[in-house]
Design a protein around this ligand. Structure first.
Ligand code: NCD
Length: 334
């Protein structure tokens, strides 16, 4: 099947978001708009009444074909803070259920007059597939598809960096660990490059950091000391064993010895470097407890920022859908 360009699928005729599938093709202005809008929702989270009516009367369906705690919960909270009605569907994936059964599920949800689907699926490209097959007025938000993209995670990471570092210019960022299987790393690399950091280093063993990432603008490092030297931001990633086929690592203890972030290895970065992790963290595999709970760690800020970023993206996509519908109605009247 021919796929449309992501840009054509996720933006309406005015260049506004109507789906949020990937950061590929989104420019700096749009990414900055998401961050600015999220910032305004963050201050709202500190007030005693945390709701705004931007999605009142809308139905949001959390459609998770793959497990998740943090992402699903923060999407649910975000939708509720926007006053939407939220339904959670946790669908166990069977090996081949993408084609017909996925479309059947969607048709049923469409018949329930849903307005937005938040989709997580183990197949790369599934959010895009759904956006192309649903009725056009349902906004699709990608909550992680295979190893392809996790755009809201990358944007909450950008908000966390901007809040701690004041901006992106001149920053050196190291992303460490299992890059090969990581949708988070792919989306982060796109966001960081678009927002104009000075360097993104991908750090890990050759089996988990393939050289083709250099074509996407990253510096490849197989040595942790060289990778962490003078960086402002460190992003640690989990070994995503559920996506590994065959032996890519000698052992977890060997990985920790070579690539683990400990008090000693953290000292290679700038003294004020921040430590990030999308979670779930595996203590003693990629990060020590001392560092994960230490004063340079901003891992829990990432979770808080996730609610605000998801509110921003959901409200922007909903308004992009409405503008799109208005324009086609006006076109028909002419
Ligand atoms: C990540 C994911 O699911 O891609 N986690 C998350 O969304 N918080 C990273 C991971 O699973 O390791």
């Amino acid at each position: 099947m021919m796929r449309s360009e992501p840009r054509a699928v996720q933006l309406n005729e005015h260049g506004q978001l109507k789906h949020f599938l990937t950061l590929d093709g989104l420019d700096k202005t749009l990414l900055t708009e998401i961050l600015d809008r999220a910032e305004s929702f963050l201050s709202m989270g500190e007030q005693s009444v945390k709701k705004v009516p931007l999605l009142r009367g809308k139905t949001v369906v959390n459609l998770f074909f793959e497990n998740s705690t943090r992402t699903r919960t923060t999407f649910e909270l975000a939708a509720k803070r926007l006053s939407a009605d939220v339904i959670n569907l946790n669908i166990e994936t069977s090996a081949t259920s993408k084609g017909e059964s996925l479309l059947d599920t969607l048709k049923n949800l469409e018949a329930m007059q849903s307005d937005m689907f938040i989709v997580r699926h183990s197949d790369s490209g599934s959010a895009h597939f759904i956006a192309e097959h649903c009725t056009p007025n349902i906004a699709i938000i990608n909550a992680g598809d295979g190893r392809h993209a996790h755009p809201t995670q990358a944007m909450l990471d950008m908000l966390t960096i901007r809040r701690h570092k004041g901006g992106f210019e001149g920053l050196k960022v190291a992303i460490v660990g299992d890059i090969l299987h990581s949708r988070v790393a792919r989306s982060q690399l796109q966001a960081l490059t678009t927002l104009g950091v000075s360097e993104v280093r991908l750090v890990g063993p050759k089996t988990l950091v393939p050289s083709f990432f250099a074509e996407m603008g990253a510096t490849i490092c197989h040595d942790l000391e060289a990778g962490l030297k003078d960086v402002d931001v460190i992003v640690m990633l989990r070994l995503q064993k559920e996506r590994m086929k065959g032996a890519l690592l000698p052992s977890e203890s060997e990985f920790y010895r070579l690539y683990g972030l400990t008090v000693e290895t953290l000292a290679w970065a700038k003294p004020d470097a921040i430590v990030m992790h999308p979670g779930p963290i595996n203590r003693g595999v990629e990060i020590s407890s001392e560092v994960a709970d230490g004063k340079q760690s901003v891992i829990l800020d990432q979770v808080t920022n996730g609610i605000a970023v998801r509110m921003a993206v959901m409200s922007m996509a909903m308004s992009g859908q409405l503008q799109s519908a208005d324009s086609s109605a006006a076109g028909e009247e002419k």
